[in-house]
Design a protein around this ligand. Sequence first.
Ligand code: GLU
Length: 473
Amino acid sequence: MSENNEYSFYAAVVKSFKKAAEFTKWDKGLLEQISACNAVYRMRFPVKKEDGSIEVIEAYRVQHSHHKTPCKGGIRFSMAVNQDEVMALAALMTYKCAIVNVPFGGGKGGIKIDPKKYTPYELEKITRRYTSELIKKNFIGPAVDVPAPDYGTGEREMAWIVDTYAAMHTHDIDAAGCVTGKPVSQGGVRGRKEATGLGVFYGLKEVLSMEEEMSKRGLTPGVAGKRIVIQGLGNVGYHSAKFFRDAGAVIVGVAEYEGSISKPDGIHVDELLEFRKRTGSILNFPSAVNLENNKAALELDCDVLIPAALENVIDGENAPRIKAKIVGEAANGPLTPEADEILLQKGVLVVPDMYLNAGGVTVSYFEWLKNLSHVRYGRMEKRFNENMNARILQEIEDLTGKKVNESSKTFINHGADEVELVYSGLEETMITATREIMAEWKANDHIPDMRTAAYVVAINKVATTYAELGIFP
Ligand code: GLU
C-alpha cells in the first residue's frame, strides 16, 4: 500500500485490527466492513506562489467509517503525507472515537507540503483552496465531516477553514461546527489547544495509579518522581511534558528534529522552548548533555517514554535498546508491529495511541456541541451555582458556629468556567476509557497486550452500532 513500497502504516493498523478481531464474536463480513476505508478523496490543485511560480499540491481526505456521522479527524501538513498514511490515520480515528464514546466516524486529511517552506499568505491560499475542494465534493460540514488540527496545523488554519466554509454556506446556522480546534473568537472552546497533551497526562496518570501494573514493572504507583522522556516538543509533546512536570514528574530527556538531550535532574520545558526559540535548537541547553543523534533520547533509562511526533519512530532496529518501562503513545503509530512485539517480550507496557491521544478529539466533540448549541459552557449555571454554594456554606457556618477561611470560601463558592468543565469532562473520559480497556484485558488471559485490548473495545462498540442499525443480523 505504501507509495514507496516500504513500511505500510495502513497495513500495520489492519494487522492490529485482525489480531484483536480474533477475540471478538462478530461475523467476518461485519469485521471486514468495520476495517475497510469507506471513501478516499485524492485531489491535486494548483497554487500560485508569491514569486509567481505555480505549484501543484497533492492532498487527501479519507472517511474511514460512516457508522456514525459526521466523520472526524485532523488535517496534517507534512511531506510524509500519502494515501496509505491518511487511510491509516483515518482508521485509527474510528477506533479512537469509539473507545472514548465520541459519536463520530473516523476521518483524516493531509496536504503534502512542508509548511515551513511557504509564507503565511501561501499557506492561507492552500488551506482555503483545499477547503473549497472539500466543499465541492461534500467532504466537509457540521453533519458530514469535521476536520481539526493535526501535525503541522493549528488554530490559524482552522480559522481559515471555518471562514471559507461559512462564506459559502451563509444559511447554515451551524457553520461554525464544520471544523474544530478553532480560536475561541471563531467559535473554539477553551482547553482545546492543550487537550491532546492533557489527555495523554490523564490517561497515563490513571495507568500509573494501577498498583498491580506498576509492581509488575518495579514501579511505585503515582506520577510524582517518575522519570519521563518526550520525543517531539510540538503541541502534544509540549503539553504532555508540561502537565507531567506540574504534577511532580521529572523530564529527563527530550528529542527533537535537530537532536536530543538529557538532564537527569529535570528539564523545564518552557525554558527549553524559550532557549530553542532564541538559538534555533534544543542542543547546548544549559547543564543538559547533548546525545549523539535525534533518536538517542528514546533509548535513555527512564520510567515513561512518550513519543509525541510522527509514526514509525521505534522499529525492529531500536526497540531492543528501549529501556523505558512504559511507552505512552502520544503520537499516532510511533511503534511498528515489530517494535510492538519486541517491547511486549521485554515486558514494557505500551499504552496505545488510539486511546491515549484521544484527548484532542474528545475536546473537539465538546467544541462541536458548543457550536451546535450556540452557547458557552457554564454560561447558564455558573452564577446559579455560585449563589447556591454561598448559601450552603453560610448554612454550614451558621449551624456549626465556625468560619471557613477566605481562600477556601472563594474556592468552594466559585461556579465552573468553560475551561474547568472541559478539563473535568476530559479527565472523566480518559479515566473511564483506561479502566474499560484494562478490564477487557484482565477479562481475557489470551489478549497479549493493551493495544489489542483497546482494539477489542473499539471493535465491540462499532460492531454494536452496526448490529443495532439492523444492517448485519
Ligand atoms: N488530530 C487529532 C487526532 O489525531 C484530533 C482530531 C480531532 O480533534 O478531530 O486525534
